[in-house]
Design a protein around this ligand. Structure first.
Ligand code: ADP
Length: 697
């Protein structure tokens, strides 16, 4: 602290000179105001105080109190009583000398005075938008010399106001520079991400810092129901733990702002009827003051932004202007982020559909190179990704006797009509390795808004299975017709012979009738099998879950089979465990499974032996039916259980059948949670392995 020679004759002029020398280099408000009090006390040996009110409001005075040779102390006066004392002293804005008894008691000013108080108002004209605070300087018990020249004191006040004004302006200039830097930083960040959460997280701290507020909240209007939904991530951790805060349209300050499309500054929310206290109740957060601005995009309110609880003093127009300045770019960023999110989710949806389709799909650019293809296409063509993507379509889609480019030319000129089925289609064979696969290609052009062709989408359906089913169906009809025709012709023949007479020959008549009966039985068996197959296939088939005694099933089947085999000179040997555990299922189906397999063994074995085994092992019953029959060609094994399948070994040997039995067997086994496998060597024999699960209890 500088030591100053105290002179009781110090005049206002001396003070003027002293203060102007000491404070001319100080540029911040705190330094100037504190300095004035300090230097006056030191120079005059009197207590003094400088006080300045809030820049944008009127709710407090900052006061710097000094006593000779003591450190200056700073106080913020907010209570109404303290403020009233100052306002009373400032009443007529005149420099005056008043007596202690004229001052309201019980406050800092009263306490510093012994007898008289020199009151010097500090007041400034308005500078455009800049609001300069009001101030006051008081000197307690000043010497006569100082008090003698109040004109000089007035000059002193002018000099002091200039110093303070300079400091305030420089503070405001600095603040504006900071605000400008922060707003441009916010704008930059708004453009740096398209993720809403990211955007909010990035700007929230900056806005809070700039406005000096405790919290910032952002509510977006749900375009479906008009409710305002606040984003918890932005509001602080407590909001993450409570239900998301939502306001009905038109309720709360946010609802009012959204409805009226204008900002609101509320410095005491609990006294504002628009304020909805519910969110404070749920969160435990205490809202005191708030600025709420609407977020507008193309004239439409998309949400609101609220700055909550200003830390120092009240919200003013300046804060509102700042928040409004940010609201524009923020609205645009929200709209962009939403658009982006929609585009991304649409893209994901299309990609998922693209990938999940069982048909092969590919897109081709204007240069005929393949831009995208799904997994089904790779599987269909047995190619890897790198052999398809980026390659020319003519290298990937090699067609037999047709040109893919001609088809694409047709697709590229196609204009959609209201008939979907109208899309160009091509039935052809595509090369896969060394073979050709039958496929149907459908094509659609993708155009820009101006109609220019962007790409072509091709959907490739594999017709191999359909063709196979068609082939099997044709075979089946042939077989059926053949199978039905033979017994029918026999029946007809004997019936006619019986009709013609010769009925006296009883033995002959009996034989004819017996033949008719046998053939009718065969016909009936075939029809029954076909009906059984249809029933097993239908979705209405519901397997009953009853315990089935397998020994009982074998006992019923084996004797007749043994007889049939014996007639052919084939032996049947069995090793069936006597106490097979019961399995759960439908007896009729289990019977059909075992009967069909043994029946086939007998049917397709011309000489030798048939071995039927059944035993339980741990959780399963294993059944094995092996024969020394004609066998099945190796290349036919994959189709063995297919519907209508008949191996050429069986057909060539003229053994009758429908090709439905094994298909039914497999379906029946699987419906019981079991498994079936076959092993065969052409000309040597065949073995079927079946397993059924044993219920755990
Ligand atoms: P079907 O016997 O009426 O023709 P299946 O579906 O029972 O029909 O059998 C399909 C085909 O599988 C038969 O046509 C035959 O070619 C072959 N097959 C089935 N079981 C045997 C077997 N035990 N030995 C040789 N071939 C068999």
């Amino acid at each position: 602290m500088a030591t100053v020679a105290i002179d009781m004759n110090t005049s206002a002029f001396d003070l003027w000179v002293y203060l102007s020398q000491n404070l001319s280099g100080t540029l911040d408000t705190h330094g100037v105001c504190g300095g004035i009090s300090q230097h006056i006390s030191d120079f005059t040996n009197c207590k003094s105080m400088t006080a300045l009110n809030e820049i944008n409001g009127n709710s407090y005075f900052d006061a710097w109190l000094s006593a000779p040779n003591q450190k200056t102390s700073q106080h913020r006066w907010t209570s109404e009583d303290d403020l009233e004392v100052i306002h009373n002293l400032l009443e007529d804005y005149d420099i005056k000398i008043i007596q202690k008894h004229e001052i309201e008691p019980n406050n800092a000013i009263y306490d510093m005075v012994e007898e008289t108080l020199l009151v010097v108002p500090l007041q400034w004209p308005k500078h455009g938008n800049m609001i300069i605070p009001q101030g006051i300087l008081v000197v307690a018990d000043a010497h006569e010399t100082l008090l003698a020249d109040l004109d000089m004191v007035s000059d002193l006040a002018t000099m002091l106001t200039t110093l303070i004004e300079r400091a305030v302006l420089s503070f405001q200039r600095d603040r504006q520079a900071i605000e400008f830097a922060i707003t441009s930083d916010i704008s930059q960040r708004l453009n740096s991400s398209l993720q809403l959460q990211d955007i909010f997280a990035q700007i929230s701290d900056n806005i809070k810092r700039m406005l000096d507020v405790e919290s910032l909240s952002l509510g977006l209007i749900n375009q479906n129901n008009g409710r305002i939904e606040f984003i918890p991530q932005l509001m602080g951790t407590i909001f993450l733990e409570i239900p998301r805060i939502e306001l009905e349209p038109g309720t709360g300050i946010a609802g009012w702002v959204a409805d009226h499309r204008q900002p609101a500054i509320i410095n005491d929310v609990y006294n504002d009827p628009r304020f909805s206290k519910n969110s404070d109740k749920t969160s435990g957060f205490h809202t005191r003051s708030m600025i709420c601005v609407p977020l507008l995009q193309e004239g439409k309110v998309i949400g609101v932004m609220q700055a909550i609880n200003k830390r120092n003093g009240d919200f003013g127009n300046h804060d509102k202007a700042l928040l409004e300045a940010i609201s524009g770019p923020l609205s645009a960023a929200i709209v962009n982020a939403n658009l982006h999110e929609n585009v991304v989710s649409e893209k994901r949806r299309i990609e998922a559909m693209f990938q999940s389709m069982s048909e092969g799909l590919l897109t081709i650019g204007p240069d005929h190179s393949i831009t995208q293809a799904n997994d089904s296409l790779m599987t269909l063509l047995t190619l890897r990704n790198d052999q398809v993507i980026g390659n020319n379509v003519t290298e990937v889609m090699r067609l037999k006797d047709q040109d893919i480019l001609l088809f694409m030319a047709e697709v590229s000129t196609y204009r959609p009509t209201d008939k979907l089925a109208d899309y160009p289609q091509l039935l052809c064979d595509v090369q896969v390795g060394n073979v050709y696969k039958p496929v149907m290609i459908s094509g659609a052009p993708v155009r820009e808004d101006d109609g220019a062709l962007n790409e072509i989408v091709l959907v490739i359906s594999d017709l191999t299975d359909i063709r196979e089913v068609e082939r099997m169906r044709d075979n089946f009809f042939h077989t059926i017709i053949h199978e039905l025709r033979t017994p029918l012709a026999t029946i007809l023949l004997y019936a006619r012979m019986l009709l013609k007479g010769n009925l006296n020959d009883e033995e002959k008549t009996h034989r004819f009738l017996k033949n008719i009966e046998t053939e009718s039985d065969r016909l009936q068996a075939m029809v029954r099998q076909m009906l059984q197959h249809a029933k097993l296939e239908s979705s209405e088939f519901k397997r009953s879950e009853l315990p089935v005694n397998l020994n009982g099933v074998f006992d019923e089947i084996m004797p007749a089979m043994r007889d049939r085999a014996r007639e052919k000179g084939v032996t049947v040997v069995d090793e069936i465990q006597e106490d097979l555990p019961e399995i759960l299922g439908d007896r009729e189906t289990i019977y059909m499974i075992i009967k069909n397999l043994i029946d086939n063994a007998v049917k397709y074995t011309l000489e030798g032996k048939i071995q039927v085994n059944a035993k339980a092992k741990r959780t399963k019953v294993h059944i094995e039916i092996a024969d020394d029959g004609i066998g099945i060609p190796e290349q036919a094994m994959p189709q063995l259980f297919g519907r209508f399948f008949r191996a050429k070994t069986a057909v060539e040997k003229g053994i009758a059948g429908t090709g439905l039995g094994l298909n039914m067997v497999k379906e029946g086994v699987e419906k019981h949670g079991g498994k079936i496998q076959a092993k065969s060597v052409e000309g040597k024999g065949t073995t079927f392995f079946v397993e059924f699960p044993i219920p755990s209890d």
